[in-house]
Design a protein around this ligand. Structure first.
Ligand code: FPP
Length: 261
């Protein structure tokens, strides 16, 4: 990979066939830090810097949506010092970066069971979402206290409520009805999922939304996942033959409905 000027899209990549939404599972922060005899939180701090640059990279290269898995419903099981550090890091990053992200046209969304977070953090997140609602350069979603199964149960509950109130009949329920009730309702589904640190599983992330995504796994730890590493993932994405269950060759676009389903 020619990494000499990664401010612009590397020449190895075709601007017409970039993913329109990339999802990332940012794994390996702790191992990155341990390898350097540093505390785990140092890995999260460096990981946050990498994420910040990835948002800007998406803008620079013309990728309109990025979703990052920052904290799962299972992450509460970690030592309380680490959980507290992560919560404080989310708040600090938001307070420090919001103005600049807003100026750059980034729309911020937080997805997950946000009611489980501290009232202060909920407020900072709600303000950030409101302030950036009209921005269109990149849609950056951060999954916090997120669990894919929980999201689906909640979506089912909402659809069932509509049926109960007589707004929808049982036979009418469509994929679209359910998708609209997801935290990400209205955002096109990711077409590429990247997971770092050599682990190869979804870990309850975007279970519905990743149905047709290409999966890319790399051994790099998240804090090392720089623009050059991202470019490698995109090269691999562009080499994949995306058939969406059909027989068509790559380069032939899938039906629009499938691109969002
Ligand atoms: C997984 O690595 C990482 C996390 C659970 C936290 C990810 C959060 C950040 C990178 C900060 C993001 C900041 C903002 C503002 C959204 P791990 O700790 O499980 O690593 P390990 O598997 O090596 O232990």
């Amino acid at each position: 990979m020619n990494a000499s000027n990664l401010k612009t899209l590397p020449i190895e990549l075709d601007a017409q066939r970039l993913p329109q939404h990339v999802a990332v599972i940012m794994d390996g922060n702790g191992r990155w830090a341990s390898k350097r005899h540093m505390p785990r939180i140092a890995g999260h701090r460096q990981g946050a810097k990498i994420l910040k640059d990835l948002v800007r990279c998406c803008k620079d290269w013309g990728i309109p949506a990025l979703t990052a898995y920052a904290f799962s419903t299972e992450n509460w099981r970690r030592p309380s010092e680490e959980v507290d550090f992560l919560m404080a890091l989310f708040e600090k990053m938001l307070r420090h970066e919001l103005k600049e992200l807003d100026r750059e046209g980034v729309r911020l969304s937080f997805i997950g069971d946000l009611n489980g977070l501290s009232p202060t953090l909920q407020q900072v997140m709600a303000d950030a979402m409101e302030q950036t609602r009209e921005n269109t350069a990149v849609h950056f979603s951060v999954a916090v206290n997120y669990g894919g199964r929980h999201e689906l149960v909640e979506a089912c509950r909402s659809v069932a409520g509509k049926v109960q109130r007589g707004e929808l009949s049982l036979g009418e329920i469509s994929e679209d009805d359910l998708e609209q009730q997801l935290y990400s309702g209205g955002t096109p589904c990711p077409d590429l999922l990247i997971r770092t640190s050599g682990e190869q599983r979804l870990s309850n992330f975007l279970l519905w939304q990743l149905a047709y995504a290409e999966l890319y796994f790399t051994d790099a730890f998240w804090p090392d996942f720089d623009r050059a590493a991202f470019a490698e993932a995109l090269v691999e994405f562009q080499a994949r033959d995306r058939r969406f269950g059909g027989l068509k060759d790559k380069g032939i676009p899938a039906p629009a409905a499938l691109l969002t389903a």
